[in-house]
Write a protein that binds this ligand. Structure first.
Ligand code: CMP
Length: 214
């Protein structure tokens, strides 16, 4: 776990002492780690990969977050005794993930103020993003929401390529629609517009953002 950014700043002996508590597993694309409403007995830290956090009704899905290297999830059901999973977690790119059971998690938090502060800081960051999501869904039209979602992904996870910033995993039109609270057909039409305006190029489901044309 020494390569996981979450443990950055920890001494080697501190890492060695917590290492045995984490179980490491590989997951293939499409694995459901847990579903909204399940009882939760573990939380997870991603070494490498991509996990989608989402909620669904009968026919639609809203993506709450895409988590990758160094991110953790599943801590809410750990912290909130008696409550179930607040969302579903699905592996969307092959991933290596560590799990930690509730008892060890609680012990870890009780004995490790540095980790508590980190968790609190990240929780605030997630609240800030959730507030942005509420704002966007309430006040912005679909095109602005789509552009903002692409900019956010490029800022957070993008890699610099010639002429722009590429989001380094494949995104279908349906997945983008799930992120911005819309339907595939509308998103496809707008993605065409964005390509005509040279704001994005899409090749092989990989999106490159050209900020200079925004
Ligand atoms: P838990 O409720 O145990 O299971 C679902 C997990 O998804 C939750 O813990 C969090 O770790 C994560 N999660 C839920 N909502 C968000 C969000 N808005 N942003 C990032 N992660 C979230």
């Amino acid at each position: 776990i020494k390569n996981v950014p979450f443990f950055e700043g920890y001494e080697q002996d501190e890492i060695q002492s917590v290492k045995p508590l984490f179980k490491k597993r590989k997951y293939s694309r499409g694995t459901l780690l847990f579903m909204e409403g399940d009882a939760g007995e573990e939380c997870y830290v991603i070494e490498t990969g991509l996990v989608k956090i989402y909620r669904i009704d009968e026919s639609r899905e809203i993506t709450l977050a895409l988590l990758d290297d160094g991110d953790y999830f599943g801590e809410m059901a750990m912290m909130q005794k008696g409550l179930t999973r607040s969302a579903t977690a699905e592996v969307v790119e092959p991933s290596v993930i560590y799990s930690l059971n509730r008892r060890d998690f609680v012990h870890f938090m009780e004995t490790n103020p540095k980790m508590c502060l980190k968790l609190l800081e990240e929780t605030m960051e997630r609240l800030r993003k959730a507030n942005d999501q509420i704002y966007d869904l309430t006040f912005l039209d679909l095109k602005s929401r789509l552009v903002k979602a692409i900019i956010r992904l490029a800022d957070e996870k993008g890699i610099e390529v010639e002429g722009g910033t590429q989001i380094p995993f494949k995104l279908t039109h349906q997945q983008l629609a799930n992120m911005v609270g819309s339907i595939r057909e509308s998103v496809s039409k707008l993605l065409q517009e964005l390509q005509d305006e040279k704001i994005v190029t899409i090749k092989n489901k990989l999106i490159t953002l050209h900020r200079q044309n925004l």
